[in-house]
Design a protein around this ligand. Structure first.
Ligand code: ZN
Ligand code: ZN
Length: 344
C-alpha cells in the first residue's frame, strides 16, 4: 500500500509500505478515507528526532473497518469510524478516570517515539488501530468524512480547552492563535454560549476566517485594548492559549481578568517560564494545561457536530489525493494553507 513516510531532512515522501495486519485481539484495521495534516506532523517532520526513517505519518483519520480482532465487541467490519489520535487501553485506573493520556498503553499514531512506543500513522491506505473499542468511534449519521476527520484531535483539543476553561454563558473568551485549533476553539466557545470571542492572530487571512465564523479578530498587540472595551476594562473571563511557548502564556496573562482562567493547549517544550506569581496569587488566577482527549469526550464532540452547532470543515483549506501529500506538507509548513485534508 501507499503511505506518507518520513524521508529525512525535514521532508516526507509518498511511497510503498507493507500493509498492516492484526497483531492483537483488540486491534482493528481501518481503510482510511480521510486523513489530515496537523501542525504536530509538521513539527515532528521538521525536527525528525523522534521519527525513524520511513516511518508512516499522520494521526487524524476517518475510514472504514476492514478487519477486526476477536476481542473487539463494539464495531463491525464495514463500519465508518473516526479514530482518536492516540491509543489507550480503556480499562486501567487512568482510563477509568477519563485520563487516557496517562494510560501506560498510550501510543500516538505517526509521531515516532515522541509520545510513547512508535505506532504507524494514518496518512496511509490502511492503519492498524490497537484497542479499537476504546480508540475508534462510529461516525454519527449526518456527519461527513470531511467533518469526521477533525473530531479525533483538532476539535477534541478545542472542546477540552473550552470545557476545562469552565466557560459559562455570557463569558468573554479570548483565543490566542488562529491556527486550526484556535479557529475550532472559537467555534466551540460560541456554541457553548460565549457572549464574545476575541481571536488574536497576526496573519490577516486567519483573522478574516475567524470573523466570518462569528468571532472578533485582532492582532495580538491590540488584543487587550479590544477585550477591555468589551469587558469594561476587566479582561477576558477565559483565555485559551493555542499558541504555546512563553509568548502564548505571556499574552494570556496580559489579557485574562482577575480571578479568570487561562487554559493552555499550545505545545510547550521549554524547561521553564517566569510566572508573575504575586499577581497570579492576588488575582486568584487559574492556569490549566490541557491535552485533547477524544476517547473521553467523543459524545459531546460528536453532538456538537451532528447538531450543526459546529462545522469543523470551515478550517479545511484544501483537499488533496495521497500522492500530493508531500507538496501539501510544504504549503502548510510555509503557512500558505491552514489545514490540509487527504482524500483516499
Ligand atoms: Zn493533530
Ligand atoms: Zn489505560
Amino acid at each position: 500500500m501507499r503511505a506518507v513516510r518520513f524521508a529525512g531532512d525535514g521532508a516526507v515522501r509518498v511511497g510503498p509500505v507493507a500493509e498492516p495486519v492484526l497483531k492483537d485481539p483488540a486491534d482493528a484495521i481501518v481503510r482510511v478515507r480521510r486523513a489530515a495534516i496537523c501542525g504536530t506532523d509538521l513539527h515532528t517532520v521538521a525536527h525528525g528526532t523522534s521519527l525513524g526513517l520511513g516511518a508512516v505519518l499522520g494521526h487524524e483519520f476517518a475510514g472504514e473497518i476492514t478487519a477486526l480482532g476477536p476481542a473487539v465487541a463494539g464495531h463491525r467490519i464495514g463500519d465508518l469510524v473516526v479514530g482518536g489520535d492516540f491509543t489507550a487501553c480503556g480499562t486501567c485506573w487512568w482510563c477509568r478516570r477519563g485520563d487516557h493520556w496517562e494510560c501506560g498503553q498510550r501510543r500516538f499514531f505517526g509521531t515516532g517515539g515522541a509520545f510513547g512506543p512508535p505506532l504507524d500513522g494514518a496518512q496511509a491506505e490502511l492503519v492498524r488501530v490497537p484497542f479499537a473499542d476504546t480508540v475508534l468511534r462510529a461516525i454519527p449519521d449526518g456527519v461527513s468524512l470531511d467533518a469526521a476527520v477533525f473530531l479525533g484531535d483538532t476539535l477534541a483539543t478545542g472542546y477540552a480547552a473550552v470545557q476545562r476553561g469552565g466557560l459559562v454563558p455570557g463569558d468573554c473568551v479570548a483565543v490566542l492563535g488562529g491556527g486550526p485549533v484556535g479557529q475550532l476553539t472559537s467555534l466551540v466557545a460560541q456554541a457553548c454560549g460565549a457572549a464574545s470571542v476575541v481571536l488574536a492572530e497576526p496573519i490577516a487571512g486567519r483573522r478574516d476566517l475567524a470573523v466570518r465564523e462569528g468571532a472578533l479578530a485582532v492582532a495580538p498587540e491590540n488584543a487587550r485594548e479590544l477585550i477591555d472595551r468589551l469587558t469594561e476594562g476587566r479582561g477576558a473571563d477565559v483565555v485559551i492559549d493555542a499558541i504555546g511557548g512563553p509568548a502564548g502564556l505571556d499574552l494570556a496573562l496580559a489579557t485574562v481578568r482577575r480571578r479568570g482562567t487561562v487554559v493552555s493547549v499550545g505545545v510547550h517544550t521549554g524547561p521553564a517560564w517566569p510566572m508573575p506569581v504575586a499577581d497570579a496569587f492576588a488575582g486568584e488566577l487559574t492556569l490549566r494545561f490541557v491535552i485533547g482527549d477524544f476517547l473521553r469526550d467523543a459524545d459531546p464532540i460528536c453532538a456538537l457536530v451532528r447538531s450543526g452547532a459546529v462545522d469543523p470543515t470551515v478550517v479545511a483549506s484544501e483537499t488533496v489525493p495521497l500522492d500530493a501529500a508531500s507538496e501539501a506538507y510544504r504549503r502548510m509548513g510555509e503557512r500558505r494553507t491552514l489545514k490540509t485534508l487527504i482524500a483516499l
